[in-house]
Design a protein around this ligand. Sequence first.
Ligand code: SF4
Length: 467
Amino acid sequence: MADSKVRVDLETVKRFDRPGPRYTSYPTAVEFTEEVGEAAYRERLAMANATPDAPLSLYAHLPFCEHRCLFCGCHVVITPHMPVAEKYLEYLKRELDLLAERLPDRRSVVQMHWGGGTPTYYSPAQIRDLFGHVTEHFDFVPGAEIAVEVDPRVTRRDHLETMAELGFNRLSLGVQDLTAAVQAAITRNQTFDETEKLVRQAREVGFTEGINIDLIYGLPLQEPVSFGRNLDQVIGLRPDRVAVYSFAYVPWIRGHQKKLDPESLPSAEVKLELYLTAMERFLDAGYQPIGMDHFALPDDELAVAANQGRLYRNFMGYTVMPASDMIGVGISGIGEVQHGFFQNEKKLSTYYKAIDDGRLPVARGYLLDPDDRIRQYVIQQIMCNFRIGKEDVARRFGVDFDEYLASSLARLEDVREAGFVVLDDEGLRVTPQGRVFVRNVCMAFDRYLMEKEAARDQERPVFSRTV
Ligand code: SF4
């Protein structure tokens, strides 16, 4: 992995930086439809229940935050009023009850993730209560990955103690950027001391591995020198993993981003430099690149899995613990059950109404057809392991890679020419240079994108830019 000197020129960036999905799922959430709802979900849950020995993944969405950060792309509810959040907790528990009824035989969990919002908006007692409710219905297999997102501004030592005691063993800290001017522009003021203290306390209470820090490049007023200083500070904390996400500027989807001054956003050239600076610093500090935007210490399980080609990606991020079915609870939560995606209601009112009516609060979904499943696998392998083998595809799906994916392979010509991918008898490999543009590579395999392009249905961008 000696690719610390990846260099990409501006012309290349301009050529390839275009709107594109992040491929946390394939097909992407824009294909979800209201035609796939609760009835389909119940059917797929019944199918899932028929394989009692297979463990589940569980995602719980805890959407509350006290203040809004202007860059935020998550589905959040901003309120300082705890009773609003208390009510939600009760409904979340009722949703878990409804699901458990549908999964009487399928109760073991290999991975759980609490995301938000800010899960530690809740008190330690509330966290204990919700966790207890999960374990009333589900059992964690030994070594299960139990993760939670924490905001260093509101997470206290007693939160950490409680979560460690309950069995949480992965902690993801939102940092984004440590420069005061950038923080002011995105209305997220968080000192380095707060972050440092939380990492220290987390280790003291037992989070000895799996500490992750999230950073974002492409935020207003970011520039390489100060961002480089941020990176040095973060490296000094020696997190096990770091995620360096590209800022998704989508004001047409996230209305609050309209408050950001578009003039303050870094140019494509600067944005790339920010990314390359991060890549260089983390590689020089001994981290290994994971997928497109993650880095991990060599002994971290993500790095070990990446080296062995057994890394997976789902809505919760990269994982070494794939489950055949993933349940999502809470507003906007997405699950993937028996080759169907199901997304919950996004509004509290409709979410509550469904549960009051005794319905699973599914608003939309998508059932994958055989072609989707082949492309889903190909895209996932490229995103996670930067390669896809022809024999592997033939063995799993009984199709000839070159023939079946001929139209996609033809669409790879520009990324091949640019040196981003190598195609040979074994399959496709993304080069170190190509990692920056891995989303572009995946886009060639995206049937929906092909159809939309053919229909010239691209007048208004749906996705953030790929770099
Ligand atoms: S704290 Fe996190 S989830 Fe809440 S608004 Fe800020 S970025 Fe979004």
